[in-house]
Design a binder for this molecule. Structure first.
Ligand code: ASP
Length: 435
């Protein structure tokens, strides 16, 4: 492992010249920060536009509407260049954008925010610009090709600093491919793994993860340390700090991710580590509570279903046939519940009920909407009696009815289902019983 730090800056850290100057100060304050990954400029204030959204609109429109977006983009970037004193001719950039849109190459269009931002930041920093189109290798499904990326980044001389645009890479056919939204986080993780970084810093406008959504509990405490697996549980259930796939390039490496705040660089933030590096926790403590609303539970009842070999497979196959992803499958004696996101089964309910009857029948099928799921996460809850009881007691004390309980065998999370209307009350109650 090298002593290089990979630093990734999100859109709000690059929104204007003032923010970019903060980025420059942060990078320069530690010579180990040799690989900088950037998003496209984000919003400068609440009702501003993200450059990526403008580019998406550019790709979707034509004629006058496209011209209007183009003008807004030109103004946005020219202001940035002028404020930073960077001399870069934008005409070639806009010609490429126009050609890409004309060819229907949406990924190329949408990736240009990161591209130009990286060019600008490299210029201000005096670092070398390294295009993701030549160094971030993907397979034909758009997933990272770590071996090739490691080789390509490994060819860069060690005595320099580099700025790499996030959010895209190249496929085996050499075409550009963008990740899903927020994907620059993933680029940061790929680069960190490829160069064997000492740490992957992810700089945004918040000082790390909070124990729960501050829109629900405004005083929610900062989480000092979380494991990759805990983070995965939290982000899957709605915590939106990092891109969902960010941990995958880092699994099996010793590289921690540190979430930091560009506007408060001295805040310690949150460190995300592998299971082997977790510091000692209080038994039974939790790290966070996440949750989402709008799930539907389909309860299937059939006498002696436990004796029917292949029953679960047949149920799952019906959902697969209708392209519905199953989130959870808690079971009971003679009942099996399938929890799905409500918008995922819209328009397919009757067909699913029909097929369940046909494939698994005779069964009784009940559907219940407006369910919220709350996930309580913590490695230290494993092998510790009383955590589930504490969760349930706190919810009961706030007079909320628990409709479903699910604990995975890994014992790092407990999921409960409550009515949508009780969601915030239940999160409050659980938070205050553990915080
Ligand atoms: N600019 C892209 C987005 O807005 C990717 C990123 O910022 O990570 O989603």
């Amino acid at each position: 492992m090298s002593n290089v730090i990979v630093t990734k800056f999100g859109g709000s850290s690059l929104a204007d010249a003032t923010q970019i100057r903060k980025v420059v100060d942060i990078v320069r304050s530690d010579p180990r920060r040799r690989f900088v990954v950037v998003s496209a400029p984000g919003k400068r204030h609440g009702d501003d536009e993200k450059v990526t959204d403008m580019l998406i609109e550019y790709g979707r429109t034509q004629g006058l509407p496209r011209l209007r977006v183009e003008l807004r983009l030109k103004l946005r970037f020219q202001t940035l260049l002028d404020d930073l004193g960077v001399a870069l001719d934008l005409s070639l950039f806009f010609r490429t954008l126009y050609d890409a849109a004309a060819r229907g190459n949406t990924d190329l269009v949408v990736s240009r925010g990161e591209y130009l931002c990286a060019r600008i930041v490299a210029d201000v920093l005096g670092f070398t610009f390294v295009d993701a189109l030549a160094h971030i290798a993907l397979d034909d499904r758009g997933r990272p090709n770590m071996a090739l990326t490691t080789e390509l980044l490994g060819e860069l001389p060690e005595d320099r600093g580099y700025v790499i645009p996030g959010f895209y890479g190249f496929m085996p056919n050499l075409k550009v491919k963008t990740f899903s939204r927020g994907g620059s986080d993933l680029t940061g993780a790929i680069v960190a793994a490829a160069v064997g970084a000492k740490e992957y810093e992810n700089w945004t406008d918040v000082s790390g993860l909070r124990m729960t959504d501050p829109r629900i509990v405004s005083t929610a405490k900062r989480i000092p340390e979380v494991t990759y697996k805990e983070l995965r549980e939290l982000t899957y259930m709605g915590a939106t700090v990092l891109h969902e796939e960010v941990i995958f390039p880092l699994l099996g490496t010793d590289i921690p991710i540190r979430l930091r705040n560009t506007n408060e660089p001295s805040d310690p933030g949150t460190i995300i580590v592998g299971d082997e590096h977790v510091s000692k926790r209080l038994p039974g403590s939790i790290v966070g509570i996440a949750g989402k609303k709008d799930f539907t539970v389909i309860r299937i009842e059939k006498g002696l279903m436990n004796q029917e070999i292949g029953f679960i497979r047949r149920v799952a196959a019906v959902f697969e046939k209708h392209g519905v992803s199953i989130e959870h499958m808690p079971g009971g004696i003679d009942t099996l519940s399938v929890v799905v996101a409500s918008d995922n089964i819209a328009g397919r309910r009757n067909a699913i009920a029909h097929d369940l009857q046909h494939e698994c029948g005779p069964v009784r099928v009940f559907t219940h909407d407006n369910m919220a799921l709350i996930c309580v996460v913590g490695t230290a809850m494993a092998h510790t009696p009383g955590v589930a009881a504490r969760v349930l007691q706190s919810v009961a004390r706030s007079s909320v009815n628990v409709r479903m309980i699910d604990q995975g065998s890994s014992e790092i999370s407990i999921i409960i289902g409550v009515e949508n209307a009780d969601f915030e009350t239940a999160v409050h109650a659980i938070y205050h019983s553990f915080a």
